[in-house]
Design a protein around this ligand. Structure first.
Ligand code: PLP
Length: 442
């Protein structure tokens, strides 16, 4: 076996020692050497119903035999895309009844970006073209998506970005940026930041605001106070579209189909992918409101939304999504997450007593542990000590996979995780943190 030919996303060039997985069943991964691991990151926040379902395999195989592909462009489509769009309209907030399919989360975001321009131009407001996002946001890696994202590490000198019409507001990370303040005061500051930027650009120039309901890759950051609800309200008043990026939070991870409304957000557009098919097949969906559709779908003048992908609404992916949703409904997976989600957060919280655990945060089955060298100041480890990677390495040695991002370990297990498996994650993590701490200070 050789790993010489594959360039993996974000693979460090000085370390090609990749874990090669051969088998995945439920929440368990087995590598090519036969070692098993509990997958605490659910693939990439996506294996919601767990891997290896016979029912999914059968449904996908049957669809391949029936119709493995159908043209999705202009005057043709396949029945599965129609069925899935109708199902998503049923599950989404009441005012959202339209869906545009793509191949994943990044293209769902790109499609939203284009839809916004199309909408604003269709209603005679081409000058409404500026986009607001946040520092630390992650929205994918296609050109528009990475530009909308606000992680510093994703805005390196290695690439160009769209920087004339995309603006990043302050990060909502309370632990990092709200020191010495109450959470409500911090939330107010974030709203003020939004208001200031809108005033600077002029609301007549601002097209949309993008935000993950709970920030994921940027550090698992639930919104402080009611800041997103407040911004949603202001967006409505200021005629700015609100895009809720639910690529991670939708389809059960927060115990609901979609999480926006619970947070008091009334989105105009919702982006989704990942848990939509539980990662069985690639699929992205950009869901949008009746109000947007009314404007863009005005008949006549040979108008059309000039965005599309060969695999838009791919019939096999759409059947995978429909089957995935049917399994979630039948197995009561949302109710299960409502029960084990708070347990997961409580158990992770027990790690706070450890010397290098600065913060434990998250919501339902999105969790994160942040490591610091100094709890008092939140100061990090010396240059060259990659504490997140050290803990992840120790956890892997002990049979649990967590995802290191800088000085964080993030977790997003499959939604079928049991309380016993959560205990196993937390016990293992405790041991891994102690071992990594010893290595870091030896
Ligand atoms: N949006 C969010 C919130 C994500 O977390 C991700 C991926 O992690 C994306 C968009 C991009 O999705 P994809 O990797 O399927 O392109």
């Amino acid at each position: 076996m050789t790993t010489d030919h594959l360039l993996s996303p974000y693979q460090p060039f000085d370390d090609d020692d990749r874990l090669v997985i051969e088998h995945a069943q439920g929440v368990t991964l087995t590598d090519v050497a036969g070692h098993s691991y509990l997958d605490a990151i659910g693939g990439m926040w996506c294996t919601n119903i767990g891997t290896g379902s016979d029912e999914m395999a059968d449904a996908v195989a049957a669809q391949i035999r029936k119709m493995s592909y159908s043209n999705p462009f202009s005057d043709m489509t396949g029945q599965p895309a129609l069925d899935l769009a109708a199902k998503l309209a049923e599950l989404a907030p009441d005012h959202i009844n339209h869906v545009f399919f793509s191949g994943g989360g990044s293209t769902a975001i790109d499609s939203a970006f284009r839809l916004i321009q199309f909408y604003q131009r269709s209603r005679g407001k081409p000058e409404k073209r500026h986009i607001l996002s946040r520092e630390d946001a992650y929205h994918g890696t296609t050109y528009a998506a990475i530009s909308i994202g606000g992680k510093q590490s994703d805005h390196s000198d290695d690439f160009f970005y769209i920087d004339d019409i995309i603006h990043h507001l302050r990060s909502p990370n309370f632990y990092r940026h709200g020191r010495g303040m109450s959470e409500d005061d911090f939330a107010d500051d974030l709203v003020t930041d939004f208001e200031n930027k809108v005033a600077e650009l002029g609301p007549e120039h601002v097209a949309a605001f993008f935000a993950e309901p709970v920030m994921g890759s940027g550090g698992v950051v639930p919104p402080p106070g009611n800041y997103l609800a407040h911004i949603s309200k202001r967006c409505r008043e200021l005629d700015i579209l609100y895009v809720s990026d639910e690529v991670v939070t939708a389809f059960g991870r927060m115990g609901e189909w979609f999480h926006s409304e619970t947070l008091g957000i009334s989105p105009d557009i919702i982006t989704s992918a990942k848990g939509l098919t539980s990662g069985y097949l690639p699929l992205g969906a950009t869901l949008y409101s009746d109000a947007i559709h009314e404007v863009i779908a005005e008949k006549g003048h040979n108008r059309y939304f000039g965005v599309g992908y060969t695999y838009s609404g791919h019939p096999v992916s759409c059947v995978a999504a429909l089957t995935n949703i049917a399994i979630m409904e039948r197995e009561g997976i949302l109710a299960h997450v409502q029960e084990v989600g708070p347990y997961f957060m409580d158990q992770l919280g027990t790690l706070s007593d450890l010397a290098i655990v600065g913060d434990v945060r998250g919501s339902f089955l999105m969790g994160c542990v942040e490591f610091v060298a100094d709890k008092e100041t939140g100061g990090g480890f010396a240059e060259g000590i990659d504490i997140g990677a050290l803990v992840a390495e120790e956890a892997q040695r002990l049979g649990v996979i967590v995802r290191p991002i800088g000085n964080l370990n993030v977790m997003s297990p499959a939604l079928i995780i049991t309380k016993e498996e959560i205990d196993q994650i937390v016990v293992t993590l405790r041991e891994a943190i102690v071992a990594a701490h010893a290595r870091a200070t030896s």
